[in-house]
Design a protein around this ligand. Structure first.
Ligand code: ATP
Ligand code: MG
Length: 421
């Protein structure tokens, strides 16, 4: 019986895996240029970690986690996001020292039990980065400029960066109260979820996708009007630095995030090209989280981007080809017998080379060579074997030369080196 993949997860097949590799390598390059180092964290953690960081009343923790008990009865969850694990690891390994800044990035699969749709999966990949140890607004702008550069280098256009500030432990409660007061008068127009959120998590109501709720909250008070003096100054500095660097943005005073730990600067990068799955990257400051998870008080900021959504935005004409310089075309049994050693010697010299294992005709082998983008094809038929040569065809100029079988490896290495291949 055929067994299919689990609903909502997807295979990344060789034809499109280049997009993931391309995004990953561009991101790594840029993030390392900005001074970030990679950290690899586990795919599962104690459920408690996510409940305490992301927040008990959030959709992620309430409805979307893959939670299970191990044989000792411990409650574990597949990670729905990366920040909690990175913070946990930094605390575990005493990496957050006072007066020092650490910049970390991660990439890997995340798991959320959501309704599968195009651009929304139950296993999806994120690249994320975190900066610990400073609340300098310069760093907020730097993170955003890094994302801006990344999108530019990936050739992705038509995205909009929206920013907002959610205030701090001092001014957020003031806003929360003002918003609650407003929402209590709008209960009749809100969905059941939002009526429930009014008491526990009123900011999330602003993030509800239902048209009725959007309409009802049109004239909700703005969080920016409630910011304390420090938070306002911080936000002004972030904007000023972005202006200085020429990073375009819009202020969206309704932008809130589905996770509880955010403070001050929050942001999203949106596209109009992916239907309702319009967020490609998101993040913000979380100055209280490290302490909340048992570390010393450490301000921090981070982001995560969704690789599936980014992959869908990559321009078709992206140049991702990695030409294999050499293809060997054996014709007949005697030639095929020569292949294993010859290929082994070429590969030992670091020369990318492929061949035909199926005894195909010259014509179909040439087609295959074209498909893999070979610069040269080495043809070894009966005549060549008798003469002790390989017929080397330059696929671009179509010129053919006879290269002695003895010393073929040296000669091809030299030819390719001469071309800088
Ligand atoms: P959304 O509003 O689309 O549900 P989110 O606010 O839940 O996104 P975050 O937790 O901020 O998303 O994750 C950061 C990014 O990860 C998102 O901007 C998106 O690109 C991607 N992402 C989140 N959930 C999924 C998913 N289920 N499938 C694919 N990508 C996802
Ligand atoms: Mg979500």
């Amino acid at each position: 019986m055929k067994i299919s993949a689990v609903r909502g997860v997807k295979d990344i097949l060789p034809e499109e895996v280049w997009k993931w590799q391309f995004i990953e390598s561009a991101s790594r390059r840029i993030m390392e240029n900005f001074g970030f180092s990679e950290i690899r964290i586990p795919v599962f953690e104690y459920t408690e970690l996510f409940a305490r960081s992301i927040g008990q009343g959030t959709d992620i923790v309430e409805k979307e986690m893959y939670t299970f008990q191990d044989s000792k009865g411990e409650s574990l969850s597949l990670r729905p996001e990366g920040t909690a694990g990175v913070v946990r690891a930094c605390i575990d390994h005493h990496r957050l020292q006072p007066d020092s800044v650490s910049k970390l990035y991660y990439t890997g699969p995340m798991f959320r039990h959501e309704r599968p749709q195009k651009g929304r999966y139950r296993q999806f990949y994120q690249i994320g980065a975190e900066v610990f140890g400073t609340d300098n607004p310069w760093v907020d702008a730097e993170i955003l400029s890094m994302l801006h550069l990344l999108f530019e280098q990936l050739g992705i256009s038509g995205t909009v960066l929206q920013i907002n500030s959610l205030g701090c432990t001092e001014c957020r409660p003031v806003y929360r109260k003002a918003l609650q007061k407003f929402l209590r008068n709008e209960q009749a127009s809100l969905c059941t979820d939002c009526r429930r959120r009014t008491a526990g998590n009123p900011l999330r109501v602003l993030d509800c996708k239902r048209p009725d709720c959007k309409e009802a909250t049109q004239s909700a008070p703005s969080v920016l009007a409630s910011l304390c003096r420090d938070c306002m100054a911080h936000f002004e500095m972030v904007k000023g630095t972005l202006d200085l660097m020429g990073v375009p943005y819009e202020v969206n005073e309704r932008l809130v995030r589905g996770l509880d730990y955010y403070t001050r600067t929050t942001f999203e990068i949106l596209t109009d090209q992916l239907g309702s799955q319009n967020a490609v990257a998101a993040g913000g400051r979380y100055d209280g989280l490290v302490e909340q998870l048992g570390g010393r008080p450490t301000p921090a900021i981070g982001f995560a981007l969704g690789m599936e959504r980014l992959a869908a935005l990559l321009p078709e004409e992206t140049n991702h080809s990695r030409a294999k310089p050499l293809y060997l075309a054996p014709l007949g049994d005697a030639a095929m017998e020569r292949m294993p050693l010859l290929l082994h010697q070429l590969r030992a010299r670091g020369i990318p080379v492929d061949t035909d294992y199926l005894g195909k005709s010259l014509k179909s082998q040439m087609r295959q060579a074209d498909r893999i983008g070979a610069a040269y094809v080495g043809i070894l038929g009966e005549d060549e074997l008798n003469d002790g040569v390989i017929l080397l065809r330059n696929m671009e100029t179509k010129a053919q030369t006879k290269v002695p079988l003895e010393g073929f490896v040296d000669q091809i290495a030299e030819t390719l080196a001469g071309e800088g291949a």
